[in-house]
Design a protein. Sequence first.
Length: 106
Amino acid sequence: MVRKWLVSNGGGLGPVWSHNSRELFYDGLDNRVHVAAYTVKGDSFIAEKPRFWSKKPMADKGFDVAPDGKRVLVLLPTEEAKPETILRVLLNVDSELRRRAPAHRK
């Protein structure tokens, strides 16, 4: 049986569950990331009142929660609009550094 529980009175989209904490993140209709802590008791889901993760609206739709549940990847608008923005994301930096600079052996 599928059950539904109300988390937000203001609507929301794109829910993302935190991997290691009891929090549900979602994109509010105001284009801001909201987060609601929750508990589970038996068959009941109990959500606390949602709060803003950031008071700034997102620059673009979509976000993700880091595996540790403490960080959120989101694009926020800048104070100064620039015609071109370059974003570089480094993944697996530790393995790349080990490959380029192997540990010295004694």
